[in-house]
Design a binder for this molecule. Structure first.
Ligand SMILES: Nc1ncnc2c1ncn2[C@@H]1O[C@H](COP(=O)(O)OP(=O)(O)OP(=O)(O)O)[C@@H](O)[C@H]1O
Ligand SMILES: CC(C)(CO)[C@@H](O)C(=O)[O-]
Ligand code: BAL
Length: 291
């Protein structure tokens, strides 16, 4: 009897920008998925989406201190190195870039990439000042590392971080970076909760209530499309509902998908997104729903 068995080639792991550039030389155009690790099925769906979009699939794992405010969870952010490597290897990722802080930031990063003030001044940018500058700065650096050898390629970002995706698209457009930005749909748990590394902070009781955020967004979106809907009143009602359920909400709002501005006139189906950020038992979760 003969057996045929497909063995996936081993994923190559590099830690420095120089090693990454050397590993990518002559390999064609990368399809890249940046992450902060603690990988879940949402991240792996982005890797699966990325693989056919390039000649070589690249993921990065780096918990970027620059995008965390001093009171935020940089120190406690879950770091699950071996499980992440195993998951990426099983997902068919070709190359993992996992820089140490001293590899990516050998000197204090005094030159930063500042996002457009209007987009940065609302929603996540408003509630997490400095967050998008930290994200843009590290993503610019990761792009420089990953796309140097090929002169361009594709990067995949999740819609779960809706405003982040928009900020990155804007950065790529304004700096004329030769990189196609592709959006990945939000992977959800069976009850509808958006998968997120920070879900791991929730105890069993909080986890069972966490779906209330996506339910609030669904109810807000449905109500917004009723004739004569008063968006301000509906948003206030959604905030009250979540608050009565024990959440502390930063925002629950309906925006235009094109630029995240508040809709003017009657809400138009197919062009809107309901976005929310709220804390449950001290854990800050975000979610959104296009409608
Ligand atoms: N549920 C999801 N479905 C699809 N993509 C996702 C999901 N969650 C995160 N991503 C995407 O994965 C990439 C890396 O995100 P990150 O490592 O911050 O994961 P995260 O789960 O969002 O973590 P956190 O809980 O810290 O926000 C981003 O492009 C993000 O939008
Ligand atoms: C894009 C990113 C990897 C930059 O650190 C991070 O913000 C994330 O995981 O979404
Ligand atoms: N998921 C986006 C990265 C962050 O919240 O820090």
């Amino acid at each position: 009897m003969t057996y045929s068995r497909r063995i996936r080639p081993s994923m190559h792991i590099v830690h420095t920008i120089a090693d990454l550039r050397a590993a990518l030389a002559g390999r064609g155009r990368p399809a890249f998925v940046p992450t902060m690790g603690n990988l879940h099925a949402g991240h792996l769906s982005l890797v699966a989406q990325a693989r056919p979009l390039g000649d070589v699939s690249v993921a990065s794992i780096f918990v970027n201190r620059l995008q965390f405010a001093p009171h935020e969870d940089f120190d406690s952010y879950p770091r699950t190195w071996q499980a992440d490597c195993d998951a990426l290897q099983a997902a068919g990722c070709d190359l993992l870039f996992a820089p140490r802080e001293s590899d990516l930031y050998p000197q204090p990063q005094t030159f930063t990439v500042q996002p457009d003030p209007q987009l940065d001044g609302m929603l996540e940018g408003h509630f997490r000042p400095g967050f998008f500058a930290g994200v843009c700065t590290v993503v610019m650096k990761l792009f420089s590392a990953v796309f140097f050898a090929s002169g361009g390629g594709t990067a995949v970002f999740g819609k779960k971080d809706y405003q982040q995706l928009m900020v990155i698209r804007h950065m790529v457009q304004q700096f004329a970076l030769p990189i196609a930005i592709v959006a990945g749909e939000t992977a959800r748990a069976g009850d509808g909760l958006a998968l997120s590394s920070r879900n791991g902070y929730l105890d069993a009781a909080a986890r069972s209530r966490a779906v209330q955020l996506s339910q609030a967004l669904r109810a807000l979106a449905d109500a917004a499309l009723q004739p004569g809907a008063d968006l301000a009143a509906l948003e206030a009602h959604a905030l009250q509902t979540l608050s009565a359920q024990g959440w502390e909400a930063d925002y629950l709002t309906v925006r235009e998908r094109s630029d995240l501005s508040p809709p003017v006139g009657a809400p138009q189906a197919g062009q809107l997104v309901a976005l929310g950020a709220a804390r449950l038992d001290g854990t800050r979760l975000i979610d959104n729903l296009e409608f």
